[in-house]
Design a protein around this ligand. Structure first.
Ligand SMILES: Cc1ncc(COP(=O)(O)O)c(C=O)c1O
Length: 617
């Protein structure tokens, strides 16, 4: 199915334009002017002009005559159902079948497809005789200095995908614009440059300190990026739908009770709303609307960082209920926006903040890191045009543009070779036979995303079903009372609590160290074996043979030292994305077996010995 809306029809023409939010810009952003060199580029496009102006190297001397790759076809991976309850098809069976040991070889996952049959060749020629920049998919453009918004063939595709398919309901006049980045880390770094004036403890008054709001557990890299700017990290409580808008610890309470003596009230939110890293939550439209209303009232920008967007797992709700013997709850709500993307898969996903962004206060970060590969270092920012214009100025003076190698390879993968006449002109220059690859196009790109979702969803089901069987320690003990003599007494100790991941790549597991037999026991070298100590000991224990498995400690995702001390240690983040199919199953089994064994440790000396193995730096 292809998109029903066209780019221009996709945006609301009668609605008001986005608000001017330039009060948020940093001084450095306000001071930025368009690059004088780039302004010259338009003259360079005058037909027949001899361009002695620029400092560009000669294309002839680029040592690449073509760029070729063997790539996957769009349909290599099998999608999973958008609505697991509505579809009782084989696909559904495959999802649930994965969780059982009776599933086919390969550790319970589906066998890999035939890689040869599902791959094809792409070739990017050196020079294409093509006047239209969006179609000129060649190395002479890709490897030259180019436009900071992005390499035209890729930029035009991503812009259309973003406006027509991913967010067809952006409510402000004209709709959003995009700019390519070197991935979301780069995107966030540019956001900081855009809106943060650095603050230094010994130089500036405390009352001037800028701050931002984030979930109380957060992707640690964000803190590493933000803190050197002097930004204060202001945590907001979260549940399975991410940040709370109302109630204790929610966004409104945090902003309403802000004490200006502690710094400026935060002026932006950093949030991951889909497959939250590390907690794996999924945010409904209702929650988004509540948060957006508070953000609007207090004039906060919303930075929506969404690397896991396409990994929304409807199977989690169904499989979790089945595994726990509960009735399957209804899906959260239906969100009726006037325009559809035209793709069932995309329409089944919860829509972005951009679809309710009447003010134009949402800056969204996307990346190819999880949909193609992290080493691409490629992504894009979507926001109202005036904000994108400022990002363009920042990009011109910093990274200039993402790598031409990557941009051209991704463009060729998705768009395929150019029209026959153009290709014929290229072929006339070349002696080599070219294998023509049709390219994924929009249909293929969405099909690829749906296939990826299927793969990760199956992995999630497999890991969660193994964890599910091991949330308790069961112990048979000798009855104490005479009257119970003929009964076997089973005690049940809770070891693990978790939600089946509703999106993303992680399970966020709470480990009940407070139920360990040695919790709060007096040690010899360590005064008291408290929760954080047991958490460290368990982490090290899991790395010992035969356990040999490693989760991420919850500590490192804590937004503040207080959250880390109070509850970060209770959690472990388990990623079901990176390991081989086999290791998802065997590694998960070793993890739960390590948990059971750890609970049988009765000697404080054993715990102390484990803790001593912790590297000190
Ligand atoms: C929430 C979040 N944002 C950003 C990134 C990094 O994205 P990129 O590779 O595009 O810089 C990650 C990677 O794990 C992430 O989890």
């Amino acid at each position: 199915m292809s998109p029903s809306a066209t780019s221009e029809a996709a945006v609301a023409s009668s609605s008001p334009p986005p608000r001017d939010l330039s009060q948020h810009y940093s001084i450095i952003t306000k001071n930025r002017n368009p690059s004088k060199i780039k302004a010259f580029y338009k003259f360079a496009r005058i037909p027949g002009i001899s361009n002695f102006s620029g400092g560009m190297p000669n294309v002839k001397y680029f040592p690449f005559d073509t760029l070729e790759a063997q790539v996957s076809k769009a349909d290599r991976w099998t999608p999973s159902p958008n609505d697991p309850l509505a579809e009782t098809s084989t696909t559904t069976k495959k999802i649930s079948g994965l969780s059982h040991a009776t599933a086919p070889s390969g550790g319970g996952l589906l066998p890999d497809p035939d890689f040869e049959a599902t791959s094809a060749r792409i070739t990017i020629p050196k020079v294409l005789n093509q006047p239209e920049p969006a179609l000129k998919l060649d190395l002479s453009t890709a490897l030259q200095y180019g436009l900071s918004e992005g390499y035209p063939p890729l930029y035009s595709f991503v812009r259309q995908f973003t406006r027509d398919v991913l967010h067809p309901n952006v409510p402000y006049k004209g709709g959003p614009e995009i700019i390519m980045t070197n991935g979301s880390t780069d995107g966030f770094s540019k956001v900081l440059e855009l809106i943060v004036d650095p603050w230094y403890a010994d130089v500036h008054p405390v009352a001037d300190r800028p701050g931002f709001v984030c979930e109380s557990f957060v992707f640690g890299n964000i803190l590493s990026q933000a803190k050197p700017h002097g930004l204060q990290v202001v945590p907001v409580e979260l549940d399975s739908q991410g940040m709370l808008a109302e109630g204790p610890g929610g966004l409104r309470e945090v902003l309403e009770n802000w004490d200006p003596k502690n710094g400026r009230r935060p002026h932006f939110i950093y949030t991951v709303t889909m497959g939250h890293n590390p907690t794996s939550g999924i945010q409904s439209v209702v929650r988004r609307k509540q948060l957006y209303a508070v953000a609007s009232e207090y004039d906060l920008l919303i930075i929506e960082d969404e690397p896991y967007w396409y990994l929304q797992f409807p199977a989690a709700r169904v499989e979790q209920a089945k595994a726990r013997g509960l009735a399957v709850s209804q899906a959260e709500e239906s969100y009726e926006f006037p325009k559809k993307s035209g793709f069932d898969f995309i329409d089944s996903l919860v829509p972005s903040y951009l679809n309710i962004d009447v003010d134009g206060r949402v800056i969204r970060l996307d990346t190819f890191s999880k949909t193609v590969a992290p080493g691409c270092r490629l992504g894009w920012i979507t926001a109202q045009p005036a904000i994108i214009e400022r990002f363009l100025r920042i990009t011109e003076a910093t990274t200039q543009q993402p790598s031409g190698f990557v941009q051209s390879l991704i463009a060729e993968l998705i768009k395929g070779p150019q029209p026959a006449a153009t290709v014929a002109a290229f072929n006339a220059l070349s002696l080599k036979d070219k294998v023509i690859f049709s390219g994924w196009k929009m249909d293929g790109w969405v099909r690829w995303l749906a296939g990826l979702r299927g793969e990760y969803e199956r992995r999630m089901v497999l890991m969660c079903s193994i964890l599910e069987e091991n949330t308790f320690q069961l112990k048979q003990s000798t009855p104490v009372r005479q009257t119970d003599a003929e009964w076997g007494v089973i005690t049940k100790t809770r070891l693990l609590t978790f939600d089946w991941a509703h999106g993303g790549m992680f399970v966020w597991a709470r480990i009940h160290f407070e139920n360990h037999p040695l919790f709060e026991a007096k040690g010899v070298d360590i005064p008291v074996l408290d929760g954080p100590t047991l958490a460290v000991a368990f982490l090290i224990f899991t790395t010992h043979a035969p356990n040999l498995v490693l989760g991420s400690p919850g500590n490192i995702f804590s937004a503040t030292p207080e959250i880390m001390a109070e509850r970060g240690w209770r959690y472990a983040r388990l990623c079901f994305a990176a390991e081989s199919d086999e290791n998802i199953e065997s590694g998960s089994r070793r993890y739960v077996s390590a948990l059971q064994k750890f609970w049988r440790i009765k000697d404080v000396a054993d715990i102390e010995k484990l803790v001593k193995e912790l590297p000190t730096s």
